[in-house]
Write a protein that binds this ligand. Sequence first.
Ligand code: GAP
Length: 501
Amino acid sequence: MAKPSIEEMAAFAKKKGLVYPSSEIYGKLAGFWDFGPQGVELKNNIKRLFWKRFVWEREDIVGIDGAIITHPRVWEASGHTEKFNDIMLVCTGCKEKYRADLLIADVLGKDVDGVPIERIDHIIENERLACPKCNKSLSKGAAFNLMFETNVGAGKDPKSVAYLRPETAQVIFTDFKQVLDTARVRLPFGIAQTGKAFRNEISPRDFLFRSREFEQFEIEFFVDGKKKDDCPLLADVADLTVAVLFDGAKEAETITFKELVARKKAGPWHAYWLAGFCQFFLDYGIRPESLRLREHAKDELAHYAAACFDIEYRFPSGWKEIHGNADRTTFDLDRHAEFSGKELAYFDEETREKVRPYVASEPSQGIERALLAFLYEAYDDDKERGNIVLRFHPQLAPTKVAVFPLVGKLDAEARKVFGTLRKAFVAQFDRSGSIGRRYARADELGIPYCVTVDFEGLEDGTVTVRDRETTAQARVRTRELAEVLGRLLEGGIAFSALMKE
Ligand code: GAP
């Protein structure tokens, strides 16, 4: 089934109230997006489901919500001030700016993510790469730091410079000691955070995929470095299979997470957390063939990582990263201990020793990229129905139920039903057009269930419930409706069970 291009998806998302270009009345601001009435619900559902699975349902993870602007020394310690750069090229004619690796990938089809400036310059010279807009020559590569600067306080001088966080992770490290002192955690344990991150991308593009303001859900999972190969939880995910594109390989191979560890490609905790996030995507509707892992090459690794895998989704334009997951070593706690002069250590009650915890896995999930993957996966141009159906998992669906009066005369009755349902679910009322048109509108928003109030129901106290997936219909007693919908949405019963009643 043909899926829309990224531009078509952006147009669809705008039309359906999912995502709007930000500041559009002023001509837009590249790299910034606003979430409309449907989009805010979808995004909140995704964030809540990550939080539910990886924080609420676990004993070994606690959450925090840190500040977006932090002390500037945080970014010196983390290495972002010095190393969080992309290589920029400027056209000597029209002055257009390009992110070197993206331009080289687009024009030459070469993956040069993470390669040093000298090699980029060499490629440009060798391949005679010119500006795609005006064909003039390009400048030499220059490092461009991606952090957004701001000033804190009344004065705008170098001392007041601070940065919007480019990742949520660092606040986890700077709060590490406070969590240790206040949350009764024991190694191995993780700290999670979800919130905004900002990057002044040179070439924001591909709709939500590469924006300048986005959200992350990140976990730093700390273990005792001496016991980092000891992961009792690996058994829970050991036999899950996944396609993996190893560094240097042309084709992905499908293996189990147990094999990933046995081949020493990932440590056991690293594999365990990669599996946990793959499972999340599978559980909420991504097909296994749309998901794979990609191993980072050694020269591509971020300055803090000993190993890294991305989870990639197969977009119509190709495989792209939706999740990064690094073995982050003790790098960050070491650096913050050094720069702050504070002891960032864990006291092991058993051995009576102080330990500098080791980050065996840092699951780093972009919320917008997850949203985009779920949106693509759900999008179905259903030729038989003659309309688009967003086949969202019911837990992801932004609006859960639509209520229709069959005819105008039944408005008041239908509104009563709507009034009850909206206390429990995100619901909408639709009275305009034929019932068929209203079903089509609901399908295009991915609403799992539509409820029609008709004359028959006035007699026997029932309504018609229509299932988005199959278009099947069942009659349900009005007084039981909220409970039945709740069970359907939670997966407690199948729709077919209602039809047998
Ligand atoms: N703390 C590690 C870290 O931030 P990253 O690979 O730079 O690692 C992690 O980013 C995730 O954040 C990516 O997999 C992606 O989902 C999301 N992300 C990064 N840059 C983004 C951007 N410019 N726009 C949207 N999402 C982005």
